[in-house]
Design a protein around this ligand. Structure first.
Ligand SMILES: Nc1ncnc2c1ncn2[C@@H]1O[C@H](COP(=O)(O)OP(=O)(O)OP(=O)(O)O)[C@@H](O)[C@H]1O
Length: 710
């Protein structure tokens, strides 16, 4: 955790742009070219970048700390930006130079360059080698790639996988990342440029990766204490995953974009001096945690082709927010979050233009409900504001789930109920799906932190109906109601496959819920889960357990017990019986009751009127039945998670493979991790060590526990 005082009053991340020359002189002269305004020339402390006459009149001017144009050399970037960082590395700090931008925006050209025209990493190395020689220090390098949430050491001949381990004090250990001593620039170039030919990890042209070079400085000879590290990172290029003509699979684009957002979120949090920095959002940010935090400085270079492109525009937009995050005295997280939400919604006509999803007439109804719920949220929910500022660049189009066909119109809605119980926070997600004939809902109790972020996303969705329909530019699209034109059906289905785990109620006359998820090997899995039917399926499962003793892992048995307890809690006598086939569904007034009586924030976006069966919710919901339910839910969730982790820490490989989402590879890796540390899984976040994203972790638990309700 960053302490406020540590970085008070200074920016940890300096954000500059680098313009790639135009390949088309006609375009350069046209309105489609970007223009840079430097109020004090080279001495400008901030510069504005805009996109020419095409967008004049709109607010499409973005502030950054500086912008290096085509005529400004890499040598100038070295002198003005990187030399101060080199000094700090020799003083024992870490520093980072990160190039991000759209695809083909010149990132590799800038960082690595070519043998004929070396990039800034090579220029920096030359500078550091000469400093090290003067001081009698040593230099060594590591080169890594991050692809599909896995880190590879590419100086190792077998492209070894690097384990990102977190020590007791949160110190990151990159186990398996080799450091090769370098004495001359030609040695370094042989190493760096030689990789291109023989050791590129991503030999699959459909996979993309982030590539980093870490230059380590060691005091005196190699065995003496280490000083600082200079880390150059050439990020994979951003690309809108809805592009139809991309040579990269949408899933891969989405994965890359997700890790770009994760890094941007970290940059923003660092610059805005937030108390929580979301390092755990991706493997890349986890591995670089030590390099990025504390007194370490980062130079973020946004690479921009001179010609306008939508993807570059988007990257610039986000870079500018990171930059502004550091300039503003942001003492009020709510203010910040509001500003961001506003600027996302108003930032440009282009964003809206890019959003081809028509809003169906059914969505009109959500405005009413949204209005009232949002208002209530403003009134009640002040405690979550600090969390809200955090998630700047969400999964955007990465989590859009859309579905439409001519026969059945579906819509989804998600409500998030947040409640604080004594010291621990419990977040209960109420997933509601409705179809023409009815409604189904399910409760899922999840950990407070991640769900609070979801809640934030949802909040933004309410604030603007336009934004709710803009998957490319809002973090909220995934949680709002989506109804799209059939022409986008194909795209939306891909999204659906990619970004699980959502619940559909296809047909209100059945009691089936379809869960679309992704298994260990990234193939799409679909399951039809029957919603709770008074223990019928549990009995079936119990019988089969008795019949076949080897059929179920012990975890299932333990979770089964928890499930039974949960079911007994779910049937308090004060509640009238639920409708035949579905779980609890709350009406709007019930939701308001909930908020009014128990310090709970309720948010909802509903695109068709919820024809909730009339049922009595206790009006004194703040009193004991609700509290009892919440407390038990919390305990149950913790126990279930505890059991799950215990199982991961103890079960043998064969048993591990019985878990959803754990295949041969992951089971082997878990067993290996246990050899390194006897209890590698202390909390759910530790599952990221086996290559699972936060969403996947939730999905696995949901499935494992949902299974009990068969
Ligand atoms: N400043 C520059 N001057 C001349 N050519 C450039 C410049 N920057 C980039 N290029 C050329 O543009 C092309 C794309 O550049 P580069 O490979 O560096 O892009 P990238 O952003 O790293 O791409 P990706 O997103 O695929 O990783 C290359 O052919 C490169 O030589």
């Amino acid at each position: 955790m960053e302490t406020k005082s540590m970085s008070q009053g200074r920016k940890m991340v300096r954000v500059v742009a680098r313009v790639k020359p135009s390949t088309d002189p006609v375009a350069q002269a046209s309105a489609k070219s970007i223009s840079v305004h430097k109020p004090k020339g080279d001495e400008s402390e901030t510069v504005s970048i805009s996109f020419g006459a095409q967008f004049s009149g709109s607010k499409d001017s973005y502030k950054l700390d500086y912008c290096y144009e085509e005529n400004e050399s890499k040598g100038l970037i070295l002198t003005k930006e990187i030399k101060p960082l080199i000094t700090s590395v020799f003083e024992g700090k870490d520093a980072n130079v990160i190039a991000h931008g759209a695809r083909c925006s010149g990132k590799t050209h800038l960082i690595q360059g070519s043998e004929r025209e070396p990039g800034i990493a090579v220029l920096t190395m030359a500078e550091m080698l000469s400093m090290a020689e003067e001081r009698g220090d040593s230099i060594s390098v590591s080169v890594y790639e991050v692809s599909q949430e896995t880190v590879y050491d590419i100086l190792h001949q077998d492209k070894r996988v690097v384990s990102v381990l977190e020590g007791a004090q949160g110190k990151i250990q990159l186990k398996g990342l080799s450091q090769v001593p370098v004495k001359s620039i030609s040695e370094f170039q042989n190493l760096y440029f030689g990789l291109k030919k023989s050791q590129k990890v991503t030999s699959d042209p459909l996979l993309r990766s982030h590539r980093g070079v870490m230059i380590h400085v060691t005091k005196g000879n190699v065995n003496s204490g280490s000083l600082g590290r200079m880390n150059f990172l050439d990020m994979a290029g951003y690309e809108d995953s809805r592009k139809k003509n991309s040579d990269i699979a949408p899933l891969e684009i989405a994965r890359i974009n997700k890790s770009i957002y994760a890094l941007q979120n970290v940059m923003y949090a660092l610059n805005a001096n937030e108390s929580h920095v979301p390092y755990r959002e991706s493997k890349l940010t986890r591995m670089l945690k030590d390099c990025l935090r504390g007194h370490n400085k980062t130079l973020l270079i946004t690479c921009l082709p001179r010609e306008f492109s939508q993807d570059s525009f988007y990257m610039l937009n986000l870079a500018s927010r990171i930059c502004l995050g550091g300039n503003r005295a942001m003492t009020n997280a709510t203010k910040k979050s509001n500003t961001i939400a506003r600027s996302i919604s108003s930032s440009s006509a282009v964003q809206r233009r890019q959003t081809p999803m028509p809003v169906s007439a059914t969505s009109n109804k959500k405005t009413l409900l949204r209005g009232s719920v949002t208002e209530r949220k403003t009134k009640l929910n002040t405690s979550v504001s600090a969390i809200k500022g955090r998630k700047l660049f969400g999964e955007a189009n990465d989590s859009v789930t859309c579905k439409n066909n001519s026969k059945k119109m579906e819509s989804k809605a998600r409500m998030t109920v947040k409640k604080e119980i004594s010291t621990s926070k419990v977040v209960m997600n109420v997933h509601t799906s409705s179809s023409k004939e009815g409604v189904c809902s399910s409760f899922i109790v999840t950990d407070s932190q991640s769900s609070a972020v979801e809640e934030e996303s949802l909040g933004r969705a309410f604030s603007s109906s336009t934004i709710a329909m803009e998957p490319g530019y809002s973090t909220c699209a995934s949680f709002s109601s989506e109804v799209i034109d059939t022409t986008y059906k194909e795209t939306s289905q891909k999204h659906e496959e990619m970004f699980s785990l959502d619940t559909y109620c296809d047909d209100a006359s059945t009691d089936k819920v379809q869960i679309v998820g992704r298994d260990d090997d990234s193939s799409v899995v679909e399951e039809n889960l029957t919603l709770v039917k008074e223990g019928e399926n549990l009995d079936k499962e119990n019988n089969s357990l008795l019949a076949n003793e080897t059929a179920s892992p012990p975890l299932s048995m333990r979770l089964q017990e928890l499930s039974n307890t949960l079911k007994s809690i779910c049937k308090p006598s004060s509640l009238s019986s639920p409708p035949d086939k579905y779980h609890t569904a709350l009406t709007k007034s019930q939701m308001e009751d909930v908020s009014e009586h128990s310090d709970i924030t309720v948010e909802a976006a509903v695109s068709v009127e919820l024809k909730t069966p009339e049922r009595s919710m206790p009006s004194n919901i703040g009193c004991s039945p609700w509290k009892t339910f919440s407390a038990h839910s919390s305990k149950l969730k913790n126990s279930a998670v505890g059991e799950y982790l215990k199982f991961l820490n103890t079960a043998d490989k064969e048993d591990l493979k019985k878990l959803k989402g754990i295949g041969e590879k992951r089971a082997t890796y878990i067993v290996e991790l246990r050899e390194e540390s006897p209890e590698p899984f202390k909390n759910l976040d530790d599952l990221k060590d086996i290559g699972l994203s936060e969403k996947q972790i939730k999905g696995l638990l949901r499935k494992e526990i949902g299974e009990l309700f068969h």
